[in-house]
Design a protein around this ligand. Sequence first.
Ligand code: SF4
Ligand code: SF4
Length: 502
Amino acid sequence: MSESTEKGISRRDLLKLAGVAGVAVQAGGLVAAGIRAGRSSESYTGWESFNPGTQFFDRRPFEFEGPAHRPVSEVRRPSHLTDYVFGRVAAFQQAYRAHPAWKPGEPLEALGMSAQLAQFYRDFPERLEWDFKTFTETVPNNSRDKEKYGNYYVLAEAYEAGFSAHAGFLRGPSAPPEESDFPGPDPFGRKTRPPLPFRTPALAADFVKEMAHRYGATLAAVTKTNPDWLYSEGWRGCPPDYDFSRMPAHWEYAVVIGVPMEWDVVLSNPQFGTSNDAYDRVSTAAIRLEGMLKFLGYPARSHTPLTNYDLIVPPHAVEAGLGEIGRTGFCITPEAGGNCRMAVVTTNLPMAVDKPIDYGVARFCNKCKLCAESCPSGSISMADSPDGMVIRGYEHWYINNGSCYNFWRETMGPMGCRLCVAACPYSRKDNWIHDLAREIDPRDPTGAVSSGLLSIQKHAFEYPEAAEYHRPPGGRFASFRPEPPYLRAEKYLNIPINKPGK
Ligand code: SF4
Ligand code: SF4
């Protein structure tokens, strides 16, 4: 019997075609199943478990000899007064309250602010524009919006208040590092002791990371503290005339820890989300770690969201190999993406340090731009690369934290936005489709996998346009995904409720 059909197609070809069609059908099924899994609300990142196995991504294939950051111009330390948005807006608000007749265009000195802040505003006039708008327009509008619609968001604020209430029990340092960081008599009367020596720095690092996980950290890694990323002034417990130019020698090592925010709430940003759940857990874990190190005889200081920081965390997290800096400016981790709140414990316990990793975030961010497209305030750069964006001596993506903060004051539930966390494709749940993508994409040298994933993300999922997140008219106080059922005020509360858009 002939192997050929009348049209010249062999049986073998037919079998091959059938095989290809079968593979295509299976691949289509895989994509459909993947999209279903991606939409499912039933799988979560692994923070529920304190087990160290939660930090599941094998970083070793992606390690490189650091440092991950190299200065490209003269380095300037970050400032609590200018770069730290909460410090800056508080100073601006105080100055403006004292001089409410001041108008943009008039000399900054007329606001009675410090020369340092005035110079910062001359260097970054767009931040002045946004800070002025925040307190003259956005905050008054937000107060009126909350009178009308606030009850719709009241359970989200109650949820956050629970975590904030815990903050008062976490004490930051009350004396300079040379005093407060060293072990002293503790509330239980335990005595201090000379530092207990570890067998090797590698074992010391293993032990500290194990403890960090046991204390509640999902992620933990070790690096050396970099003086470039200490705040230039205002360390906790230090008088104004303290010598801030010199890093305390016992801050040599930085243990960086992270926990993700709870998933349902992250996805309902910007109106229903909060950072405080993760702030609370990561701060608590860091303070436990500090106490443990002091018990072993080592000086330690925790730098946490609820007790404040004397250094900036993201570059330390990157040097420690927890992830890479993305377009959004935060450290994107393989396990939780950008959905990760971090803290640092500085100490002088000699530990083996972790290496930075390159698992493809920088390349992916160059073509992704989802966060920038979604950002309601236009604070995230849409450029094709961060080339030439030099911030305090290092090259990385520029974020306008003035316009970002301004939008925070427009949102209706707990203050803040975090939409860039929710929208980022790396901030995805720990289910099989995301695990698969996480493993395959960084090993694909062609970039085809990331382009495919990006296309699925952009076309298979619906999400609001950036303008919809704004207040009405123009916006509708949209959230990336609807609020979780347990934060629906109309379900639980017997109070009048105005739902926006109704
Ligand atoms: S928090 Fe919101 S406003 Fe700020 S950069 Fe992210 S998406 Fe934009
Ligand atoms: S949304 Fe895209 S561009 Fe933005 S940080 Fe995430 S991966 Fe990078």
